[in-house]
Unconditional design. Sequence first.
Length: 92
Amino acid sequence: MAKKLYIGNLPWSATADSLKEDFSKAGTVISTSIITDKMTGKSRGFGFVEIEDADMDNAISMFNGKDMGGRTLTVNEARPMTPRTDGPRRSF
């Protein structure tokens, strides 16, 4: 089974491929994604790594607080998405 990790404070130069390469050192990576801004397509500075359950603790201890591209990473188990309750979005 796989667990999803939240990776925060990513450098702007990070890519899904670079995340996969780095986190593969901690275990078996199933997928990676970097969240981007819908309007600009630029990174929002965080992403997710799906990793084998047995490798999760190793990945957290290996990368949480590690410097990547001049920024200190925040790595922890991702929380499940909750439905937004702030009402419908308006477009201008």
